[in-house]
Design a protein around this ligand. Structure first.
Ligand SMILES: Nc1ncnc2c1ncn2[C@@H]1O[C@H](COP(=O)(O)OP(=O)(O)O)[C@@H](O)[C@H]1O
Ligand SMILES: [Mg+2]
Length: 611
């Protein structure tokens, strides 16, 4: 099978997820920038007021501001009308509030859009991955990758990357405003930056282990709770309540202790970094006062400087934390990349056209020296060859694990026959050359353990065509001997199946699955032990009705019940992946092989039952 594989790099994959929501992130960045600009301008207004309105310093500002100031009447005018300045400051504060609101809005819209993209892409990709991939990867693990890892990747982009950008803008802008007023004091203010960033980076990297331990123990705690809920019957029946309660309590106490320890460490961190920040402010206060006295700095500049310093030092404390958290996102990105880079099922470019496949599917089915192994060197099927003439019925008998289901998975191409290990042809066409969907559309399969969705019984039967008329659904159900059972439910065919509805017995599920398969009207039909949970009588009845309705279909019947197979045109007997016997039921009955042995045992049992 030709497979087209993604090879996303870490950033390539993030870029892929950002498709279609990039502009929301750009809005967020622009608005964040504007917020910072307004935050920076307010101290400037106060500075000019102190220096050029309340004192007589010459205004030190861009030329157009100075001109505007003079045109309006200069210091003398504003001294008389101080409320104008108050209104300007208030208007700016209002503008700032609006921008902060917009920033919150764009940030959450972009985060949610991104989350939606990640979920959609992951789900769509997982749906296209081959069956063998799903067999190899545990469901719980896939779910975790799609939930907590996906969430961490979203946080990485929409929180952490954006935070870093915002902090950078803040730091660069406050430093440049500071430098425009006094370079020496700016340099003093900057000394603290690497100290604070370095300290918080070190702290947060070292605390990562403690967070992991908390996560792990939360998992253990919820597993105990979950096990007790699902296994409540066993707990009650064996009087284990007290033991389980103590086990839970012990874990709960331990888990709480871990968090308390972690919180102690975090409090220590915040107070130490507050202390460093405090020293820095103290330094600026002392040095600033000295510069003021020396005449290197005006009072207004000093006030503005203190505001900028505040804007500088607090975000810088976050920087170390964000960077150390970002470094942890790599693991999650790789865990999702593993899914996105797994090769989906893809048809050959020169695959056989659909009509040809449909025609071929009405021909003979030939297994030609097929061998197969799930795991290297552990052959499950060895050199299997047989032919099923079109329209005939083949029975397959064999003990559990002899490879019967595997044969059918290969026929349906849920697994591919590896190159050089033989081939399967139908109507002369190698199934490897067909489109997988065409092949599967034309082979109806009832699996040993059928799966029903948590939808209505009717929907479960009409799964291939939601428009199927009820009469057609019921016809199929009648042949499968399940119509009566369903109509006896209070809601009939609208009864919901599964956890939130009725629980069907094993036999009812199997019969529903048979009905589902019959609606497909496929030229090839496979029953993989699909009557095992049905009593012998119903089994016989279903078989009799099937015989009438199957018409010209080619049928494969897999069973461990000899009676089920007796009407087959030919039977093959599998043992440990090899064909050990084949022939008509009559021939095998007296051949003295495995079939006869099983036949004798099972028939003597049913005679006993009868007597
Ligand atoms: N996904 C799998 N990975 C590895 N081994 C498997 C897998 N599925 C089945 N097997 C093994 O292949 C052998 C044949 O299994 P199967 O075809 O299901 O037998 P049957 O249907 O006759 O009971 C068994 O030994 C089984 O353990
Ligand atoms: Mg099986």
């Amino acid at each position: 099978m030709k497979q087209q594989q993604n090879t996303y790099s870490r950033y390539g994959m993030l870029g892929h997820f950002l498709n279609g929501c990039k502009r929301f992130f750009i809005y967020t960045i622009i608005v964040s920038f504007l917020v910072t600009v307004f935050e920076m301008l307010i101290p400037q207004v106060i500075r000019q007021t102190v220096d050029s309105v309340l004192s007589d310093e010459k205004m030190n500002a861009p030329a157009f501001v100075v001109r505007l100031f003079e045109d309006m009447g200069g210091a003398a005018y504003f001294r008389e009308h101080l409320h104008i300045i108050a209104i300007i400051v208030m208007a700016m504060a209002l503008m700032l509030a609006v921008l902060i609101y917009l920033r919150g809005l764009t940030a959450s819209v972009s985060a949610e859009r991104l989350q939606q993209n990640i979920r959609e892409d992951l789900f769509a990709h997982i749906e296209r991955l081959p069956f063998s991939w799903h067999q190899e990867n545990k469901t719980g693990d896939i779910i975790q990758r799609c939930t907590s890892d996906a969430e961490r990747v979203r946080t990485f982009i929409s929180d952490q990357m954006i935070s870093i950008l915002r902090i950078m803008i803040m730091v660069v802008m406050s430093l440049s405003f500071m430098a425009s007023m006094n370079l020496k004091l700016t340099l003093i203010a900057m000394i603290a930056v690497p100290v604070v960033v370095g300290y918080s980076l070190r702290f947060h990297s070292s605390i990562g282990k403690s967070f992991e331990k908390c996560d792990e123990n939360e998992g253990i705690l919820s597993t105990i709770a979950q096990e007790n809920l699902t296994g409540v019957r066993v707990v009650r029946a064996f009087g284990r309540e007290e033991f389980e309660r103590e086990r839970f309590e012990k874990q709960n106490v331990y888990y709480t202790g871990l968090w308390v320890d972690l919180m102690k460490l975090l409090s220590l961190f915040w107070s130490v970094s507050d202390f460093i920040g405090g020293i820095q402010i103290l330094l600026i206060l002392v040095m600033g006062s000295v510069f003021c006295v020396n005449g290197e700095l005006t009072a207004g500049e000093f006030i503005a400087f203190l505001s900028y310093n505040g804007m500088l030092i607090w975000p810088v404390r976050q920087l170390g934390r964000v960077i150390s958290e970002m470094s942890k996102a790599g693991v999650s990105i790789d865990r999702i990349r593993y899914i996105m880079n797994s090769a989906p099922e893809e048809d050959k470019a020169d695959a056989v056209p659909t009509e040809e496949t449909e025609k071929a599917l009405r021909g003979d089915i030939v297994f030609d020296h097929v061998s197969f192994a799930y795991e290297k060197d552990q052959e499950v099927l060895s050199d299997i060859s047989f032919t099923i003439p079109a329209g005939s019925t083949l029975g397959i008998l064999g003990s559990t694990g002899s490879g019967k289901s595997t044969l059918m998975l290969l026929l349906n191409r849920l697994y591919d026959v590896p190159e050089g290990s033989g081939k399967i042809t139908i109507g002369g066409v190698d199934i490897a050359d067909m489109k997988a969907q065409d092949l599967r559309n034309n082979i109806g399969m009832v699996l040993q353990e059928p799966f029903l969705f948590s939808r209505t019984v009717g929907e479960n039967i009409a799964i291939r065509n939601r428009e199927m008329p009820l009469e057609e659904i019921r016809d199929a159900a009648r042949i499968a001997c399940v119509d009566r059972t369903i109509t006896d439910f209070k809601n009939g065919y609208d009864t919901i199946v599964g956890e939130r509805g009725v629980t069907l017995s094993g036999g009812q599920k199997q019969r529903t699955a048979i009905a589902r398969m019959l609606t497909q009207k496929a030229p090839v039909m496979v029953f993989d032990d699909s009557l095992s949970a049905v009593d012998a009588e119903t089994d016989a009845m279903i078989r009799a009705q099937l015989k009438e309705s199957l018409g010209s279909s080619t049928v494969i019947l897999i069973s461990h019940r000899v009676t089920t197979l007796m009407q087959a045109d030919k039977i093959i007997v599998l043992d440990k992946g090899r064909i050990v016997e084949e022939g008509t039921p009559k021939e095998l009955q007296t051949a003295g092989g495995l079939y006869q042995k099983i036949y004798d045992i099972q028939l003597s049992f049913s005679e006993e039952e009868a007597s």
